[in-house]
Design a protein around this ligand. Structure first.
Ligand SMILES: [Zn+2]
Ligand SMILES: [Zn+2]
Length: 644
């Protein structure tokens, strides 16, 4: 099958890479070199360890190969002949195995450019000169066939584009992404810490980072109040039985921390000599009456008979909560509801814990403990559409305030041919129509993705694009017909009969950890004034204006502004530089003239030198900027190509 023109350029680059490597390191053994989403790589087996200097040499050799303008020639051969060719070029070590992967009856082809010949299905550009813009990027270890039991090979990564401009733009974006990396900025700006003694994947919010999170939470909470949400608080653990009712345990056990067993029970089973395997089985099991009750509610065999055990052998424990839903359900169920009370909207910045493999952990964006901007809405079926729309409009307000107006939504629908979904199809039709209508009303691009629904209902995901064009998936809105059944929830309708409410789960920003991580990268650490941990830095020119500085500091603090006074004995330039490195939005320089006139010399990170302003006037302007949650002017403009 023919590759796309860009993939052909990239795949041809990988052949040229192998050509150059063999010229410089004839003993290298080749594995494979496919194109990727963002470039290409080739895997080599070689005793010599590639260095960055080698990359420069290899790149220069690749340029020669390109200048030689070698044609790519395809030949198809029978299998026996293919073996001969591989032996002749001395590449038996991996290529014979790769040849064996090609199913009987499928064409076996080689591509040749100059002296270099490679087992390859293709396709390629016609001449090496058609590779107009490429760059080698890095060296990494990669196991043969991705299996750590196999030998580790050396992978050289590179990228290639159709034009030099596109390559320059890509490299510039990579550079910007590196500078914006939230792990790097988080350390430099002291926003968060991850400490091995506390545990990987567990974020410690430092004072500066906590300011950002608190401001965001305040902002979101304000919007939630306007939308009629009620704030609740719930504990970090819950009994195992709760999650057996919801179905979160043991079905999602691999992504949860092991249950906590209460000390008395633990002492008892230790005395009985219970093994870990027995203990796990006793924790997973349910009683026959529990099973029957859940199955009765579900109207199907939700829990199979194999999961039951005799009552006296059952163990209960607590789970670090993987989800907030069951706790919120219990709050809803604690009182009778009439249709007049609905919708009930319960919101909590609820901390949950998930067991992620350590290799998956990444700064603030993949963690083991995180706080969701969670809420659960309990409503009638007729209300689903309006409630989903309300969730979407909240997202719209928050994202536009943060200058993230470029986003799209994905509507996950059921796969019409699959039987894995719960609930009847009439309800599904209604819920899907509601999600679709809400997405339409939002006025942003959306795609419908059949098969992407949760098993209990359709969902809407948000994918935002940041200032350098990268996409981030945030949270979701999910319509759920299943949990109200499992927990036997009801409200009394206008007909005085019990009815089943519909539940909506929504955590539009996913988690505070992930969202703040994304924001750090989005703003490159240059937060708008309302979010900045330190909003104003006062810099006296000399000791003579220190008192004036103290006076202004008191006024700023009284106005609720996060400000500090630089009392160091450094030169003015050093103080200004420090404020800049720490990305403080405003630096106010205080000289003798300013002190006399009760004015300040304003340096803004967004706008540069703003000249001298009366302090009172500056303070009013600042207060308005904070109150309106204004964006720094820079952040409002989308990035435009390379900035050289
Ligand atoms: Zn190839
Ligand atoms: Zn939920």
């Amino acid at each position: 099958m023919a590759m796309s023109p860009l993939d052909e350029i990239r795949h041809s680059s990988s052949h040229v890479l192998a050509t150059a490597v063999l010229r410089l390191f004839p003993e290298a053994k080749l594995d494979i070199g496919p194109p990727t989403d963002s470039g290409f790589y080739y895997d080599f087996d070689l005793d010599h360890k590639f260095t960055t200097e080698d990359l420069t040499r290899i790149e220069a050799e690749m340029k020669k190969v390109i200048d030689e303008n070698q044609p790519f020639k395809r030949t198809e051969v029978p299998r026996a002949e293919a073996v001969e060719i591989i032996k002749k070029i001395g590449q038996e070590r991996y290529k014979l195995g790769r040849l064996a992967d090609i199913p009987e009856g499928e064409a076996i082809s080689f591509y040749q450019n100059g002296d270099f010949i490679d087992l390859c299905a293709g396709t390629h550009v016609r001449y090496t000169k058609q590779i107009k813009a490429f760059k080698l990027l890095s060296i990494a270890g990669a196991y043969h066939r991705g299996d750590e039991k196999n030998k580790q090979l050396q992978r050289i990564y590179g990228t290639a584009f159709a034009s030099k401009d596109e390559l320059a733009q890509y490299l510039d974006r990579m550079e910007q992404a590196k500078l914006r990396d939230h792990r790097k900025l988080g350390k430099e700006l002291k926003l968060f810490v991850i400490d091995d003694d506390v545990g990987q994947g567990l974020v410690l919010w430092t004072p500066a980072g906590s300011v950002i999170r608190q401001e965001l939470q305040n902002f979101i909470s304000e919007e939630l109040r306007k939308q009629g949400y009620s704030q609740v608080f719930t504990p970090h653990i819950g009994k195992l039985a709760l999650y057996k009712t919801s179905g979160h345990f043991p079905y999602y056990k691999e992504s949860q921390f092991t249950p906590i067993i209460d000390p008395d029970q633990l002492a008892q089973i230790a005395k009985e000599g219970c093994t870990c395997a027995e203990m796990t089985a006793r924790l997973d099991a349910v009683s026959e009456s529990f099973r029957q009750e859940i199955n009765r509610r579900s109207g199907r065999e939700a829990i199979p008979v194999e999961r039951t055990k005799a009552d006296e052998t059952l163990l209960d424990g607590f789970l670090l909560k993987p989800m907030n839903c069951p706790h919120h359900i219990k709050i809803f169920a604690s009182q009778p509801h009439s249709y007049r009370d609905l919708p009930v909207r319960l919101a909590e910045f609820g901390t949950v814990y998930r067991w992620e493999q350590s290799g998956e952990l990444n700064g603030m964006t993949r963690v083991r403990g995180f706080t969701q901007d969670d809420a659960h809405l309990f409503c009638t079926e007729e209300q689903v559409g309006a409630e989903v729309l309300g969730c979407l409009s909240l997202v719209k307000i928050v994202l536009s305030t943060l200058g993230m107006s470029d986003y799209r939504v994905r509507v996950g629908l059921r796969d019409p041919d699959s039987k894995k979904y719960t609930g009847d199809s009439a309800n599904w039709d209604k819920a899907e129509a509601a999600c679709r209508e809400a997405a339409k009303t939002l006025g942003v691009p959306f795609t419908e993705e059949p098969g992407e629904a949760a098993f209990y209902g359709p969902k809407i995901d948000f994918v935002i694009k940041d200032v350098i064009g990268r996409e981030w998936q945030l949270g979701t809105v999910q319509v759920d017909y299943n949990l109200p059944v499992r927990f036997d929830l009801s409200y009394s309708g206008a007909d005085n009969q019990p009815h089943r409410p519909v539940m909506i789960h929504r955590a539009p920003f996913g988690s505070m950890e992930r969202f703040c991580g994304v924001l750090i990268e989005h703003f490159a650490g240059d937060f708008p004034v309302w979010l900045a941990p330190e909003q104003v830095r006062l810099v006296p020119i000399s000791e003579k204006t220190l008192d004036y500085g103290r006076n202004l500091l008191a006024q700023l603090k009284a106005a609720g502004v996060r400000a500090s006074l630089d009392e160091h004995n450094d030169k003015l330039g050093a103080k200004i530089r420090r404020s800049e490195v720490e990305k403080v939005p405003y630096t106010l320089v205080l000289g003798g003239k300013e002190a006399e006139a009760q004015s300040v010399s304003v340096r803004s990170r967004a706008k540069g030198d703003e000249g001298v302003l009366p302090f009172a006037q500056y303070l009013e302007r600042l207060k308005a900027e904070i109150a309106t949650r204004a964006l720094p002017e820079k952040a409002q403009k989308p990035a435009t190509g390379s900035q050289k």
